[in-house]
Design a protein around this ligand. Sequence first.
Ligand code: ADP
Ligand code: MG
Length: 281
Amino acid sequence: MDAFLDGDLDDEFEPDDDEPDDEDADDGTRSLDTLGFDHGDRRRPADDAEAQTLLRDGVLDLEGRLLDASNVTLIGAIRTDELAGECVYKPVAGERPLWDFPDGTLAGREISAYLVSEATGWRVVPPTVLRDGPFGHGMVQLWQNGDPEVELTRFVKADVPELRRMAVFDAVVNNADRKGGHMIPMADGHVYGVDHGICFSADPKLRTLLWRWAGKPLTEEAVEVLTRLQEQLMGDLGEQLHEHLTRREVRRTQQRVADLLRTGRHPEPSGDWPALPWPPF
Ligand SMILES: Nc1ncnc2c1ncn2[C@@H]1O[C@H](COP(=O)(O)OP(=O)(O)O)[C@@H](O)[C@H]1O
Ligand SMILES: [Mg+2]
């Protein structure tokens, strides 16, 4: 985990209710592992339904800002009377303007990625909601403690089903930023994907480290999942996505799924060199 926290939040983003707790910050930075949240008697959510309850109803207690993040990405505790966990909170007000994505839409793209992930059943994206927070409307996502034993530079090249599914997921959502740090390998083998703020462009923008299956036939499982997804995108899922994406972006998503099913293959990079995220980690 190379994410570092700044104990002193920017003035502009100073929470008014609580001072950041920097007891263990001797040099101004500290790793997430050392934060040691105290959640009292509360327990972690047992399933996704409880995770949703926690994320929707929980009180946010922000601890710091991820310094390696390109937008204002805050992390902290989230707690109800019963449940607790850590989370990422990205206020829309902290989104850095980008030339190729309309302002103020990144949180909506994150939630759209979560909705697609849920529809696939692959649980690529950790539980995510849109809600109010200390700096206004934004996305709140459950923090997942990845396995510190996994060496990411090696892992991203591994031929494992979890990454292969993620490659299909990324092709569907048109992920422009699947770098190493946006993959969270868990101790049980599951792999979460994070940071889906620049997905769903209407233009082809797939930038990823996961090109190992390029041009290879999709697995049977992927074809089944995509076939179901195609129907869902024509129905309720499509309607839900329209709340966060333009009609054109949703239509393009349907087209990408249709293209995958038509070719039956993992997409290949369009140029003469694979489209890689920068920096790769
Ligand atoms: N839900 C999460 N669980 C665990 N780690 C996360 C989560 N979200 C983000 N991170 C970590 O924090 C880093 C910064 O967050 P990210 O979402 O990439 O912010 P930004 O949009 O500003 O780049 C990520 O690269 C990842 O290492
Ligand atoms: Mg990022």
